[in-house]
Structures are given as C-alpha cells and as structure tokens.
Write a protein that binds this ligand. Structure first.
Ligand code: SAM
Length: 289
C-alpha cells in the first residue's frame, strides 16, 4: 500500500485581531485552553528553530512581515516557514500589532509559533549511568520554573520532574524564561504518591535522591554525587519540601549560608545543587578523585 502524501501547510495573510484563528491562539494564554488543546505559544526565531531541530510539532508559525523586513530576517524566516509547511504546519503572515495581542509584549518577537506540548511519562525513566534529574515539589513561579529548565539543560541534566500541583511549564512566561531549553530536556509531570514510589524504585536500582531542606543534616558539598544516578529534589517556594517527600530522600542537604537571608531563591538553590552534582558526576575539578 502506498504511503499517504504528507500534508503541506497553508499560507494565509491575516491582519485582524478579530480573526477566529487569532482568537483561538490568543485563548492559549489561559491554562484550561492549553490543557484542552495540548498546545502552547513560543516566541522567537531561535526557539522555533530549536523546537524543529528537536522534532517538536509546530502547528502554526506566525510572523510579522514588517518586523521580518526591518530586522533583515526575511530569508531566515522564509526558510523556517518552508520547514514548518513541509511538516504540515500552517504559516500566518501578519503584523506587529497582532503579535503584540498574542504575546502581550510591546516589542514582540518577529516570529511566534503555536506548538504541540510534549512530555515524558514517569514510567519511562530508569536509573542509569551518571544521569541527573531535577524534581520540583509544587513549584509555583513560572519564572523560577523556566530558569530551572534552562539551568538543567546548561548543566547536562536529563530533565525536570514536576511533582504535585505545579505552575504550567507551557505558560508563556515559563517558556520565555527557558530560552529554548524546554526543547532540549525531558519534562515529566506526576503526583506525590507516584513520585515517592518512583524514588523507592530509583534507590533500589542504585540511584540516590538528594532533597534540599533548610533543616538538612548534610552540607551539600559533603555528598558524593558520583555514586550513581541522581535526583536533586527541591521544595516549594513558600512551604519547602513536604514531610512525605523529605522522607523519600536518601539524604537532606543544606546549602550553607552566612548572611541574614532565611533561604535562597528556589532557582538559585537549584543552580548551586546541580552545579555541585554535575561537577562530581563529570569529574570536573582537581579535588574530585
Ligand atoms: N520557607 C521555605 C522553607 O521553609 O523551606 C523556603 C523555601 S526556599 C525559598 C525554596 C526551596 O529552595 C527550599 O525548599 C529548598 O529546596 C531550596 N533551598 C533554598 N535555600 C536553601 C538552603 N540554604 N539549603 C537547602 N535548600 C535550600
């Protein structure tokens, strides 16, 4: 039997914010619509290029004709548009005002895309090698989440596991803060009970779960993260790590502080932990044997 011919996306010029396609894209600002459609909005030529490279599906690419001409991006954006169309996505040629109405930013990027959400099921993750995962207990702030995704990518972590009721990684603010790293790491969502079972299996397979806690008993620099695959588990911005999750950890680490601050910002604390864990795992630095 012959294969069906792949769909080539359509090109349309739209200038009215009242256009029904634009209205439904604007609707993706609301989480309930993103969840229902399984879609989200990402801005910028770099993000869309990264997404295509990693085989994320772009449903619709929008660009402002004027912005693309002004920024001399014309040929690059046309090449991007051709790639999107060849994979079945549509291209909408539009204007700055309309892109502003979607991204709610005065100086919108010249390119905006509507993409299909992708996540990895928790069951797919097996403890192996020198893997490092970040798990976040009920993360609330989209800027923190985006920054943590970017940091996890920069340090070569496998991905980010969202435990419990969390902010949406596909919200515009979070996607923006990832600077494209969303497309380079794995994203997992789970609840507390499933995650605790998962941690038990992870430890049976030789992995460690290092929780971070203001009452942590171990200085974070004293832990040997090179002993196998790692999960670095971070607490909620307001209430810290839940007791149940703290109980699932192999150890609870404290990042020593010297000033008057009660605690570090979640994304900063995650960066410090990940840097230390990856320094061991990748054997960077003379003091690691
Ligand atoms: N009031 C919260 C508490 O009592 O835990 C503060 C939470 S803090 C803003 C957010 C998360 O960052 C913490 O749950 C912990 O995972 C991590 N964190 C921040 N500062 C830390 C430190 N000095 N040592 C260990 N973890 C820290």
């Amino acid at each position: 039997m012959s294969k069906p011919t792949p769909r080539i996306g359509r090109v349309e010029e739209i200038s009215s914010t009242a256009n029904p396609r634009i209205k439904s894209i604007k609707g993706l600002a609301a989480k309930k619509n993103r969840d229902r459609e399984g879609l989200f909005v990402a801005e910028g030529q770099k993000l869309v290029t990264d997404a295509l490279e990693k085989n994320w599906t772009v449903r619709t690419l929008l660009y402002s004709r004027q912005a693309v001409q002004d920024t001399k991006l014309q040929s690059a954006v046309e090449a991007l548009a051709a790639q999107v169309r060849s994979r079945g996505g549509d291209v909408l040629i539009t204007n700055n005002k309309l892109l502003t109405s979607i991204t709610r930013k005065d100086n919108p990027q010249a390119v905006v895309a509507v993409m299909q959400q992708m996540q990895t099921p928790l069951e797919r993750i097996k403890a192996a090698g020198n893997q490092c995962w970040v798990a976040l207990d009920r993360v609330r702030d989209p800027g923190n989440l985006g920054t943590i995704i970017r940091t996890a990518d920069a340090l070569g972590a496998q991905g980010v596991i969202l435990v419990g009721e969390s902010t949406d990684p596909f919200a515009l603010e979070s996607v923006r803060a990832t600077m494209g790293s969303l497309f380079h790491i794995k994203l997992v969502r789970t609840d507390e009970i499933q995650f605790i079972e998962f941690c038990d299996d992870w430890k049976k397979q030789g992995g460690s779960v290092t929780g971070t806690h203001l009452k942590g008993a171990v200085d974070h620099r004293e832990i040997d993260y090179a002993q196998g695959p790692q999960i670095v588990l971070m607490g909620n911005e307001q209430s810290g790590l839940s007791d149940a999750l703290a109980g699932a950890c192999s150890s609870l680490a404290l990042i020593a502080m010297d000033g008057a601050a009660d605690s570090l910002n979640l994304a900063v604390a995650t960066g410090i932990m990940l840097f230390e864990a990856r320094r061991h795992q990748l054997r960077i630095g003379n003091d690691i044997t």
